[in-house]
Ligand binder design. Structure first.
Ligand code: MLT
Length: 261
């Protein structure tokens, strides 16, 4: 497994969305607050990491990889910041390795599983990407990822996001699509989450809605919700200054004790 990192101090594990890689966290790694260390892995098969050998890459497999990475880095607990699929992986980490989580930042993600129709559409796309290559995913997703404001104002961001998607291997995309299709619904688990949580959503996100963010923030007792204006599904890239400000205030305000009484 490969990862990028920056800063020194208490760890924040940044988990990328689909079908991106660790480079999506560049604006956060370059602005880690003093006393904090950002670690952004490439999930199995993505970016520079190897894999995936299985026919389905489950969210649980990604989560187990992250726990092994923490072992390797001799980190007992980290703040886990996951965006979209990275949020699904963060919730799998809670299911399987909750002692490793000091706090959560859950961005543009949801607790619910796929409906049967959505899962079927993912399975069809998983087939299609093997036949047609990464553009089969990238061309469909790109117009929905960024707010119209970002698309107009920042052609460099559009190009960067498209390039990240096109760098992802078709096999990796296909396996992860199958993994997302079969991920469990985590709504019933939310009341168990007793670590401080910041839920972030772009106000123009059409992939994971404001309503889904509200649901997360209501379900997790120690959670607060922040809505970033003028951002779609990738607020950390679309409005990095505002995202970093929220992240930094959250980190600096964290007590050393992870669990909320
Ligand atoms: C992501 O950004 O990780 C994906 O949009 C997640 C998904 O397709 O559900």
């Amino acid at each position: 497994m490969e990862w990028r990192e920056a800063g020194a101090g208490d760890p924040v594990l940044f988990v990328h969305g689909f079908p991106f890689h660790s480079a999506m966290w560049g604006p956060q790694l370059s602005a880690m607050p003093p006393g904090w260390r950002g670690i952004a892995p490439d999930l199995r098969g993505f970016g520079a990491s190897e894999g995936p050998p299985e026919s389905v890459t489950s969210m649980d497999a990604f989560a187990d990889d992250l726990a092994r990475l923490l072992d390797h880095l001799r980190i007992e607990q980290a703040v886990v910041c996951g965006l979209s699929m990275g949020g699904y992986v963060a919730l799998a980490l809670w299911r399987r390795h909750r002692d490793r989580i000091r706090a959560f930042v859950l961005c543009d993600t949801r607790a619910g599983g796929d409906s049967p129709e959505a899962a079927e559409a993912r399975r069809r796309l998983a087939e299609r990407v093997l036949a047609e290559g990464p553009a089969a995913v990238a061309d469909g997703m790109l117009p929905r990822l960024l707010s119209p404001n970002t698309a107009r104002r920042s052609p460099g961001t559009v190009e960067f996001v498209r390039a990240m998607m096109m760098e992802t291997r078709a096999l990796t995309m296909s396996r992860a699509l199958l993994g997302m299709a079969e991920r469990p619904d985590s709504e019933a688990m939310l009341p168990e989450i007793d670590v401080r949580t910041l839920v972030i959503v772009g106000d123009e996100d059409v992939i994971t809605s404001r309503g889904q963010a509200d649901m997360l923030a209501r379900g997790i007792r120690p959670a607060t919700l922040a809505v970033i204006e003028g951002a779609g599904h990738l607020p950390n890239l679309e409005q990095p200054a505002e995202f970093n400000q929220l992240l930094s205030e959250f980190l600096v305000g964290l007590p050393s004790e992870a669990r909320v009484a």
